[in-house]
Design a protein around this ligand. Sequence first.
Ligand SMILES: [Zn+2]
Length: 256
Amino acid sequence: MDAPDDRVVELLRGARRIAALTGAGVSTAAGIPDFRGPRGLYVTRQYDPEKTFDIGCFDRDPTYFFAFARDFVRLVERVKPTVTHRLLAALEAQDRLEAVITQNIDGLHQKAGSRRVLEVHGSVRSGHCRGCGKGYGYEALKAKILGEPIARCDACGGVVKPDIVFFGEAVQEMDRASRAAARADVFLVIGSSLTVYPAALLPQHASGRVVVVNRGPVEMASADWLRIDEAADSFFARVAPGLHLPRLAQDEPLGA
Ligand SMILES: [Zn+2]
């Protein structure tokens, strides 16, 4: 193990209150394409991001969105949490990780066993009717997305929208995310190049040490941050033995 590895192991072993911000890089390792990357879901499947996640388009005609949603749910059902997802769940099980703040909408942190997950861009694990507000859990929502051209509400026949944050909608949980960042003695940024706001500003709230594990450039990086320019999974697979985690949490149902 070289010096940066040792430094991260030392920081994480000494930390009592860790918070993490995870981005697309954590999910790409599981097989979920980066929405914004050059080989992203939109490009490979020809979904236009502006149109897919535009609330005006959705309310006029949600057919386009539900074509994407069917592909996405089938993909999410297939993929498994990575080493990184499971390592964060194991840190939480030790009661040393206060929150995983994620920009991902795939529910893989919960599938890995994490419970303290702040999904700032929402997720596909629940949905609400645009007409009457009735809420739907994952299994009911999934059945509608996979079984109907447009997911319709049982109560009023309105359109059921998954709780993904669309363009023009407010991001969620930012107050809790900012507080978790401010309280953390170690703030991990994993698989994010910090280009999507306002989540990208969270490291600025951190009072403790900021550790960035991301392959490629990172926006607004401070000289004080410890930077690991490497894919999260290869990095954490290498340092995990030094962290003496009790277990890497098991696979759990997405709807749990
Ligand atoms: Zn309804």
